[in-house]
Design a protein around this ligand. Structure first.
Ligand SMILES: Nc1ncnc2c1ncn2[C@@H]1O[C@H](COP(=O)(O)OP(=O)(O)OP(=O)(O)O)[C@@H](O)[C@H]1O
Ligand SMILES: [Mg+2]
Length: 321
């Protein structure tokens, strides 16, 4: 039985379980895997704008220098870690060399890639604080070919305090990543849900920011503060920093609510909103338990297709610059 009527309003006796797995709306699923013929007909994507065709990227023969992307939103639970893992894995599938940086003392990115942060003696914390420590000593290979991880654990929370008294405290991560730039095509930093010194370090190291935004009430709350912070970092610390895009996550095409939130986000941020939208599916929480990206855990799922499309969109934007 379909849980919704056409207006997606709940009827008496029905309840909405946001975590229930459902067959994706075929129309929506199609927007996640566009083909050229459809594109020519100028189809409208989930953001209400014509959906461009994002080509399959050409393989690379040389790697680096890396483009550094900070995955950032001070609101918790919006899909930063999920997007870091799966965008990274999708870029790696397209032959890009990818480094993921766990920059949250919770270590969720490390856990999501099957690493137990509590067992680590050396993490990104050591790389930040100890001069002379080589990045290779901290780097871990992941199960995804071409994708490496700089893991973190609770030790990183001390860095926030210890860095305060350092010279150039905002650029500690930038310094730590410098020797790795030539080995990778993309470095994606998973930020913690705060706008503290660690996040400022990520923004100082980055070329661009991706802001995941949950398609929920109050999604836009706090985004002004985030864009102000990005602006300040650009003025004072990192003139190269750009807002790459707003990524709508946990979108449910079958609820009026999700569609309204997305429409407001597009109204507010216009071309900064990625055409690719990540649907809500219980497959994502499952991948965390499995400790692997959705692109390998459920390779044919809509969620995997969405992050592959995001990877193509990110690469297309990069080449268009
Ligand atoms: N598209 C999605 N559909 C359903 N669940 C999702 C989706 N994306 C993420 N989730 C789930 O929502 C929860 C929060 O996601 P995630 O950890 O990626 O957010 P976060 O922004 O990194 O959180 P934090 O601010 O705590 O670091 C996780 O349980 C994750 O599995
Ligand atoms: Mg997280």
């Amino acid at each position: 039985m379909a849980p919704f009527d056409d207006d997606n309003d709940l009827q008496d006796g029905q309840f909405y379980d946001p975590d229930a797995e459902y067959e994706p709306d075929p129309e929506y699923a199609a927007t996640l895997a566009p083909d050229a013929a459809r594109q020519r007909r100028e189809r409208v994507g989930p953001t209400g704008r014509p959906l461009p065709y994002f080509p399959i990227p050409n393989p690379l023969t040389d790697h680096g220098p890396a483009k550094i992307v900070a995955m950032c939103n001070q609101k918790g639970g919006v899909g930063k870690t999920t997007s870091t893992i799966n965008l990274g894995a999708a870029l790696a599938e397209y032959g890009r060399r990818v480094l993921l940086v766990d920059f949250d003392p919770q270590g969720a990115l490390s856990v999501g890639l099957g690493v137990n942060p509590m067992e680590l003696d050396i993490t990104v914390y050591n790389l930040l604080m100890e001069r002379g420590l080589a990045a290779d000593e901290v780097l871990l290979k992941t199960a995804v070919p071409g994708m490496d991880l700089l893991p973190s654990n609770i030790d990183l929370s001390a860095a926030e305090v210890q860095l305060v008294s350092e010279v150039a405290r905002e650029s500690a991560l930038q310094r730590a990543l410098k020797p790795l730039m030539s080995d990778y095509d993309y470095i994606v930093i998973d930020c913690q849900p705060s706008l503290g010194l660690l996040t400022v370090n990520a923004l100082t190291a980055a070329h661009s920011v991706i802001v995941p935004l949950e398609c929920e009430f109050f999604a836009l709350r706090g985004v002004a503060l985030l864009t102000e912070t990005i602006e300040k970092v650009r003025e004072r610390l990192n003139p190269e920093l750009e807002l790459d895009g707003i990524l709508a996550t946990m979108y449910d095409s079958r609820t009026v609510h999700s569609r309204e939130v997305l429409a407001r986000v597009v109204e507010a941020f216009d071309d900064h909103v990625f055409h690719t939208v990540i649907g809500r599916t219980v497959r994502f929480p499952e991948t965390t338990v499995a400790g692997e990206p959705i692109t390998t855990y459920a390779s044919n799922s809509v969620g995997a297709a969405a992050y592959r499309q995001l990877a193509r969109e990110v690469l297309a934007r990069c080449h268009a610059e």
